[in-house]
Design a binder for this molecule. Structure first.
Ligand code: ADQ
Length: 480
């Protein structure tokens, strides 16, 4: 089929464009008030840097402030960062509203009730249009564009209309819900049409991809063919304009390099923490999906039963997140109340049993804590993947440590050797916590074998495997 020509006034010069809600930049303000912007490395940036650098790449995204946005600028490695400006009202209605109070809870199986407001939907549509127009203005003729995540599900459809010459991929970083849940969404047809503007659509898990295919077939009445597979876009859907859109599961991972290479003096870190006999760790954004409160209940009940070594410390690092949204404020209050109660009941003077920190930490510090922890507790009610679980495993190539992981985290599919628990069942968290600490103390060889298997899985399936598999599927779609 001949590739359509783009309208001349819309063409940019970048052959590969990533579009994500956030631009990978950090703002710093000097004491004199001068604002500077610097690139902030993250997993996605690391994974996509080689492709971005090779193809004169560009990253389109919001710089994280509704105030003064930077002019487009190139990083040292030659990647163009192209800011999309959002007003305070856009941020409230598009980001906090539709993205994080409608879609986020709906796609995470209604852990809290999603709110449906027409005004938020209008803002979502308008902001998606803005992202699509900015992307169109930077993409070269015939460029490849990779759109990321739930905030931007309308971008592929809008882009396809204004720039039919582009090859468009879309990846969803959070779960895609069961069809009966998705059907609640008043704008479900528009969302499906938007995503179907892509050539390839990727999800973390086969079950997510199958949920999507089911919606497309039974709610939108479109034809589907092929089979959903992992790291390939084996299923396809015929969009209403006749194009076949390819669908597959592409489980995301981490760049293990910093976790493998940093030398950590574990004894020193544990000494700083008061030399607990057992160190249990939690690291999450403070989000109601992550099950932090349930984890605390499990710890509390185990102290009640005397089922934890008296010298056990539970260290919880919780990154501030979406702090103006009601359910996030409520979750924080509940978590902090539980921490106070548990320490009040079981801590000693100068020696708490829970050490809780509402803060973000630099990666090197996380590596220290991951390396020092005997048990990592990852108990989300629902999670697209969960990279924290993979980061912890990457730090334990020597087979030390144990991972207690929710069966509702996407990561549980690949990390089946972890101590899997049901976070809705506090007994299940307690049981697996007990199994893991008992194995470390009484059956270290088998604990070591389990951790080594997990480690091999994570190192062999890193973020490059993820990005390459998706980009290959996208390339293949051009020849079909
Ligand atoms: P998140 O919900 O943010 O990601 P996760 O996958 O665990 O969840 O990634 C969190 C990242 O933030 C990790 O790299 C972690 O190191 C970092 N982080 C967490 N707490 C931190 C702290 N206190 N200080 C510093 N860094 C911290 C969404 C989906 C996931 C999916 C990812 C990627 O919800 O399911 O795995 O995208 O697709």
């Amino acid at each position: 089929m001949e590739t359509p020509k783009p309208p001349a006034q819309l063409v940019g010069t970048n052959d590969f464009v990533v579009v994500a809600n956030r631009l990978p930049v950090d703002q710093s303000v000097s004491p004199e008030g001068a604002i500077t912007w610097s690139p902030s490395p993250g997993g996605l940036v690391t994974a996509l840097s080689p492709v971005l650098e090779k193809h004169r790449g560009c990253w389109v995204g919001w710089p994280g402030t509704t105030e003064q946005a930077p002019e487009p600028f190139r990083t040292d490695s030659g990647v163009l960062l192209h800011p999309v400006t959002l007003t305070a009202e856009d941020f409230e209605n598009f980001y906090e509203g539709f993205s994080n109070a409608t879609l986020w809870p709906l796609y995470h199986d209604l852990i809290v009730p999603p709110q449906y407001h027409r005004q938020w939907w209008e803002a979502y549509r308008e902001v998606n249009e803005k992202f699509a127009r900015e992307t169109a203005s930077v993409a070269a003729e015939g460029a490849t564009v990779w759109v990321q995540d739930y905030q931007l599900q309308l971008v592929p459809g809008i882009l396809r209309q204004i720039r039919p010459d582009l090859t468009i991929g879309f990846f969803l970083h959070i779960p895609f819900p069961a069809p009966d849940l998705f059907r609640q969404l008043p704008w479900r047809e528009e969302i499906v049409r938007g995503v179907l503007g892509s050539d390839v659509i990727g999800f973390h898990l086969e079950s997510n991809a199958r949920n999507f295919i089911h919606v497309v077939e039974h709610v939108s009445g479109l034809e589907v063919a092929g089979q959903v597979g992992v790291r390939q876009a084996g299923a396809k859907v015929q969009a209403s304009d006749g194009r076949w859109v390819h669908v597959g599961a592409f489980p995301i991972s981490i760049d293990p390099t910093p976790f493998l290479n940093q030398q950590v003096d574990v004894a020193k870190i544990r000494a700083e923490l008061g030399n607990p006999r057992v160190l249990i760790l939690g690291v999450d954004r403070l989000d109601y999906t992550k099950g932090i409160l349930q984890r605390l209940h499990a710890i509390e009940e185990m102290h009640e039963l005397g089922a934890l070594e008296p010298d056990t410390l539970f260290l919880q690092i919780a990154t501030p997140s979406r702090e103006r949204i009601d359910h996030y404020q409520a979750t924080r209050a509940e978590v902090e109340q539980a921490v106070g109660r548990i320490n009040g009941r079981f801590g000693q003077i100068g020696r708490p049993v829970v050490s809780y920190h509402h803060t973000s930490l630099p990666k090197w510090r996380l590596v220290e804590l991951y390396s020092a922890a005997d048990v990592m507790l990852v108990t989300p009610f629902k999670d697209g993947m969960n990279l924290v679980a993979k980061e912890y495993v990457a730090c334990h190539g020597d087979g030390s440590g144990a991972l207690v992981l929710s069966e509702f985290a996407g990561a549980a599919e690949e990390l089946a050797q972890a101590y899997l628990c049901n976070p809705f069942d506090v007994e299940s968290i307690k049981r697996q916590l007990q199994h893991s600490t008992k194995a470390l103390a009484q059956d270290p060889d088998s604990a070591r074998a389990r951790m080594r298997q997990l480690h091999t899985q994570v190192v062999d399936h890193d973020v490059n495997v993820w990005a390459n598999a998706f980009l290959h599927a996208l390339k293949d779609s051009e020849n079909m």
